[in-house]
Design a protein around this ligand. Structure first.
Ligand SMILES: NC(=O)c1ccc[n+]([C@@H]2O[C@H](COP(=O)([O-])OP(=O)(O)OC[C@H]3O[C@@H](n4cnc5c(N)ncnc54)[C@H](O)[C@@H]3O)[C@@H](O)[C@H]2O)c1
Ligand SMILES: O=C(O)C1=N[C@H](C(=O)O)CCC1
Length: 269
């Protein structure tokens, strides 16, 4: 391995992709080794710096992740579930650390990532920020401390372009709450309500999603009891915090054994 790991950014023109390119370029301990976009995208074959509206960098955008990963030690991937699953096979072949921020994965998708992680290091989290990962631990503690008299609701808000709901973060928080309270998450899960739903059933964890404008990402975990309410809140106002978490993860993964890790492992929480 070269001293400075080469990192490929998948989905380089995306909201997170462009943020990742900037953060990798600014990082003293890594270099940008490749930038990948989907076949047919207008950036394919163009100089990445110019495509991003800056100076040419000599690095050209490709639609071939295998080519991009030749000589790379890591790939950071905030794209779509199918793209991420396909990439996990290629990353494993290339022995590159695969950092996954993509959300909206099904259980089947995650099983495929588990299979790839038998041969490679995968770090995956629905939210890469320190604040949210710490909040999952606080959520678990509060849920363990309070009994079923406190109803748990997770409310999240994101920009108008987000395609999946509930957010990956909301699911992380809900899973932490279920774990703290000793509930089976799948059984406790209650999707957004609509119409004559009947009274709230005890032991459920409810989810609601707001979509609008340019909201980066906001999450409340509400513990609602009789006469009092506890609200644990995380507000993200800059996507750079997700990108920085991903950079931390790709460096952390460099000397790890194959496995499917989370940001809790990276952050030691
Ligand atoms: N885990 C986190 O901390 C975190 C933070 C922000 C966003 N996300 C998630 O990251 C994902 C992307 O979010 P976004 O807002 O950047 O979306 P986006 O739509 O702006 O970016 C996705 C990019 O992937 C590209 N892409 C699609 N198919 C591809 C292919 N075959 N090869 C290469 N690139 C391909 C698209 O062209 C696009 O540029 C979402 O699932 C989102 O929920 C996670
Ligand atoms: O912008 C998005 O999309 C985000 N997705 C993650 C999620 O689903 O929780 C993290 C926050 C931003």
């Amino acid at each position: 391995m070269s001293e400075t790991p080469g990192i490929v950014v998948m989905g380089a023109s995306g909201r997170m992709g462009q943020m990742l390119v900037r953060e990798v370029n600014a990082h003293p301990k890594m270099r940008l080794a490749g930038a990948v976009e989907r076949p047919g995208h207008g950036w394919i074959g163009k100089d990445l710096g110019s495509a991003m509206g800056g100076q040419p960098t000599g690095l050209f955008v490709t639609d071939d992740p295998l080519e991009a990963m030749a000589g790379a030690q890591g790939v950071i991937d905030f794209t779509t579930p199918q793209v991420t699953i396909d990439l996990s096979v290629i990353a494993a072949q290339a022995r590159a650390v695969h950092v996954i921020g993509t959300t909206g994965m099904t259980d089947e998708d995650i099983a495929k990532l588990d299979a790839a992680a038998r041969h490679a290091v995968i770090v995956r989290a629905g939210n890469m920020s320190l604040g949210v990962n710490l909040l999952t631990q606080l959520t678990k503690q509060v849920a363990a401390a309070l009994d079923e008299d406190f109803d748990i609701e997770v409310v999240e808000a994101h920009h108008r372009h987000k395609v999946d709901a509930p957010s990956g973060t909301a699911l992380m928080l809900g899973e932490a709450a279920a774990e703290g309270r000793g509930l089976d998450f799948k059984e406790a899960y209650e999707a957004a309500r609509d119409g004559i739903t009947g009274a709230r059933a005890p032991g459920k964890i409810g989810f609601s999603a707001i979509r609008g404008g340019d909201i980066v990402g906001e999450h409340d975990v509400i513990f609602a009891g009789a006469g009092e309410r506890i609200v644990l809140r995380h507000l993200a106002s800059d996507r750079a915090l997700f990108a920085r978490g991903a950079l931390k993860a790709v460096l952390w993964g460099q000397d790890k054994r194959p496995g499917h890790y989370s940001m809790l492992d990276v952050l030691g929480l």
